[in-house]
Design a binder for this molecule. Structure first.
Ligand code: PHE
Length: 486
């Protein structure tokens, strides 16, 4: 199953409503890495050390070395990196918010899921979607993993957390298994309001009045509270919720307007969006950890584009974090998507480039300029078709014996194909698309055909290189997934 275009979409899926998925793969871990040290003889030792922290691995381990190698990069803190500049631009619209930019990415499933109210069978917990180190430890899939801890520390009324996040996902020009998010939250203390002899709603409305005004057209057709689609939380009054929602929406509109104005005013006629008036709209959403919830969409080059997810923090999270008197909102925004819009960066892989022709185009001290692609190296596509292993075909002896560690069941998930492509080809793979799928009417076996687009961003690939990569990819599909090539 392909995950819809924006990361928040994953979390919008209602808990319990799990799309039908095939069985999980039971592969052995692939990890061996430069930055990541196996603590003795090798993978059999079942322990890894990442930046001085040691973790026991188990059969849940599905994090390849290429992913662990990304941990030290911390692109969102690299000077003059477009993600850093984007982060700073957003931070500048939230004066007084406490910023956290160095929270460690390996977290517990408690932090990433349980603390946020994800039900035990939520699709986000699946090994096909999430990188596990062991059963209880994952690479954070979103910055919300730090919400409960940050609320518990209670160091400030408001905070911003920017960080690298990790998800197993499709391969195309806007998806990469490591990307960056910013999480923001603002809470108010009920008792402090009472002490001032005011209601909480009054205090919040006073804060709303302090947010800079804008004149951008905003569509917001839905009521703040909808009993079925976007319910009021128990213990929250409608007045408070209206005030918090207004503060949340005005604050985030301000950010989006600032971002798009920065892009427009800083670049001359060359900027694609300069002639289009900015249009934004709020749509209802669902997250296990907020209610009511919304996404903000921006009209961009003919399409509505989700830019962030947000909502009123589930009171249970604040209660468990020992701040039961606090009430407030939270949002999460994907930094790559914003940076790609800001600079017209055409491919998400570019953020990882160390090529000067990329990096030298960005500077925190000069106005935002449209990115000028330094190359158009040719792409080359190749197809691969295969029969999936099924229990019946295995029993019939028609398919080759799978390698040790390969699935012995009929399990298949597209994200495993994606991961093998990344493992074999690294950033040379531009996208991988399912082009055909059918079930043989007699045998019931399923056939899949994927088209792999190969392109190096910094040079031309030779035919030989592409053929080699493709051959390795095909072989790995057989070895790791037990498929039969056609
Ligand atoms: N964590 C959510 C995601 O990654 C975004 C979000 C953050 C939504 C905070 C609501 C509140 O999709």
């Amino acid at each position: 199953m392909r995950i819809p275009s924006f990361p928040t979409a994953l979390y919008r899926q209602l808990g319990g409503k799990i799309p039908s998925r095939t069985l999980k793969l039971k592969r052995s871990p692939l990890v061996v890495s430069r930055q990541v040290r196996w603590n003795s003889a090798g993978p059999s030792q079942k322990e890894i050390t990442v930046e001085g922290k040691t973790y026991k691995t188990d059969s849940w381990m599905n994090t390849p070395s290429s992913i662990l190698d990304a941990i030290p990069r911390r692109l969102h803190t690299q000077p003059d990196h477009p993600l850093t500049i984007t982060r700073q631009l957003i931070e500048s619209r939230f004066p007084g918010y406490k910023t956290h930019n160095n929270l460690f990415p390996i977290v517990t499933t408690q932090q990433n899921f349980d603390s946020l109210g994800f039900p035990p069978d939520h699709v986000g917990r699946s090994r096909t979607d999430t990188y596990y180190v062991n059963k209880d430890t994952v690479l954070r899939t979103h910055t919300s993993a730090h919400q409960a801890d940050t609320f518990r520390k209670n160091e400030a009324d408001a905070y911003l957390i920017s960080a690298d996040v990790y998800r197993r996902d499709a391969i195309d020009r806007s998806h990469y298994p490591v990307f960056h998010q910013m999480e923001g939250a603002r809470t108010w203390d009920r008792r402090a309001a009472e002490k001032q002899g005011k209601t909480l709603a009054q205090i919040i409305w006073e804060d709303v009045a302090k947010i800079p005004k804008h004149d951008v057209k905003v569509e917001d057709p839905n009521p703040t509270i909808h009993p079925e689609r976007n319910p009021l939380q128990e213990g929250h009054s409608a007045d408070e919720t209206e005030a918090i929602a207004a503060h949340l929406k005005r604050s985030l509109e301000d950010v989006v307007v600032a971002i798009f104005n920065a892009a427009k005013t800083a670049s001359d006629a060359g900027f694609a969006a300069a002639d289009e008036p900015l249009k934004v709209r709020w749509v209802e959403a669902y997250f296990p950890f907020t209610s009511p919830s919304w996404e903000l969409e921006v009209f961009w080059q003919g399409d509505w584009l989700e830019v962030l997810g947000s909502g009123i923090v589930q009171q249970s999270i604040l209660n468990h974090a020992s701040v039961p008197n606090r009430v407030g909102w939270a949002f999460g925004i994907g930094l790559e998507r914003i940076a790609m819009l800001l600079y017209s960066i055409p491919d998400i892989r570019l953020f990882w480039s160390n090529d000067k022709r990329f990096l030298s185009q960005f500077s925190a001290s000069s106005p935002i300029k449209r990115f000028v692609p330094f190359s158009k190296y040719p792409a080359c596509f190749k197809d691969v078709s295969f029969w999936l292993r099924t229990l019946s075909s295995a029993a019939g002896g028609a398919s080759p014996t799978p390698a040790p560690g390969a699935s012995t069941t009929a399990s298949f998930h597209e994200n495993d194909v994606m991961e093998i492509a990344r493992e074999v080809c690294g950033d040379v793979v531009e996208d991988v698309r399912l082009t055909d799928e059918f079930v043989h009417p007699k045998t019931g076996r399923r056939s899949m055909c994927y088209r792999v687009n190969y392109r190096h961003l910094e040079r031309t690939l030779t035919n030989e290189e592409t053929n080699d990569l493709h051959e390795k990819f095909r072989q790995q599909l057989v070895d790791k997934l037990g498929v039969e090539l056609r």
